[in-house]
Design a protein around this ligand. Structure first.
Ligand code: SF4
Ligand code: SF4
Ligand code: SF4
Length: 322
């Protein structure tokens, strides 16, 4: 067990009696994959790990875990968060979906997580990974008895290459020293700018082509920490019936447009929607564009300040200029 994992374990051990469950990461089905861990016994805290393979945003489990918790006990949920995950957690608190005093937050400054698909394409023969570390502009992979270095762009997740908040913005305990953000908070967004430079028709065609691949598996919605409508989601309701089972582009487009608008001023750019999409649709890019619009209109970013209210919760329709 490395030092960071030991400190995470010891931190939760100290407060374990007050916790109903700890949400962290543990070794998955092979050495490449880490998986979410739901720890209910102190003896299982040994399973907790943190490394660049801990890709999942555990805040996505918080709303449903709290809903399923024993209302009599009012116990706390322990949770590990990276910088981006902490924004989702903050946004849930801002919207009153999670009470701050029901969570014990272990924040972990983060240099990035791997994009498993990129890594598989880069090294299809990888079998036994013994360690992945991030050093400045390189990712160092120790696997199959060899050490290899790759440029970060070849291995890290898209969101990490433009990470503005690598340090948790909210926590009860911080594990390790804060790290330097890869880009400035007001840095340009090249992918959004590239799309903005296209004509309206070309942009529309881009999204129609991307969305035509959508199989409406709803993994993007299910993985999103801010998609909390559950049975009331437009994809599920039959009264009113927003969407049919037809698999045509108009149904796919409508789902994505409604979801995008529903996440306006709420998306924290955790990238989970894009990570889980089985057909590689750049779903987060649509949200990034919406976030740029919200920033421009309301000077607001979701999940930064637990005390502020999202603009679409305080929106005044009599205001001009919006
Ligand atoms: S976006 Fe930032 S905080 Fe999130 S995983 Fe990437 S580097 Fe870490
Ligand atoms: S995860 Fe991808 S394929 Fe599934 S509904 Fe979302 S965009 Fe469509
Ligand atoms: S829309 Fe995507 S990037 Fe935004 S909060 Fe949800 S999962 Fe994260």
């Amino acid at each position: 067990m490395n030092d960071k994992n030991k400190i995470i374990k010891q931190t939760f051990q100290k407060v374990f009696d007050d916790l109903e469950v700890v949400l962290g990461w543990k070794q998955g089905f092979d050495s490449l994959h880490m998986t979410p861990a739901f720890i209910r016994k102190a003896s299982d805290l040994d399973q907790l790990v943190f490394n660049p393979q801990c890709v999942q945003n555990l805040s996505g489990y918080l709303f449903s875990t709290l809903k399923a918790a024993d209302p009599e006990k009012q116990g706390k949920i322990g949770i590990c968060v990276k910088g981006c995950d902490s924004r989702s957690l903050t946004a849930l608190i801002q919207e009153g979906l999670v009470e701050r005093d029901r969570v014990y937050i272990v924040g972990i400054p983060c240099k990035g997580v791997v994009d498993v698909k990129k890594l598989r394409n880069l090294k299809p023969s990888l079998t036994e990974i013994s360690g992945i570390t991030i050093e400045a502009d390189e990712v160092v992979i120790e696997a199959d008895g060899k050490t290899e270095r790759f440029p970060i762009a070849d291995v890290l997740a898209h969101k990490c290459l433009q990470c503005r908040y690598p340090n948790p913005l909210i926590y009860d305990a911080l594990i390790g020293e804060p790290v330097t953000a890869r880009v400035a908070q007001d840095a340009a967004r090249p992918a959004v700018e590239q799309l903005d430079a296209l004509s309206l028709e070309a942009r529309r065609n881009f999204w129609l082509t991307e969305m035509d691949r959508c199989i409406r598996c709803y993994a993007c919605r299910n993985a999103c920490p801010m998609c909390v409508c559950q049975d009331s989601c437009i994809a599920e309701t039959r009264s009113p019936k927003w969407l049919s089972q037809r698999s045509d582009i108009s149904e796919k487009f409508l789902f994505h447009m409604i979801r995008t608008v529903h996440l306006a001023g709420r998306c924290t750019e955790c990238g989970e929607c894009m990570r889980v999409c089985p057909v590689d649709i750049p779903v987060t890019l649509l949200m990034e564009k919406m976030n740029c619009i919200v920033k421009e209109l309301f000077d607001y970013e979701a999940g930064i300040d637990p005390e502020s209210k999202p603009p679409l919760q305080t929106y005044d329709s009599s205001k001009t200029g919006i």
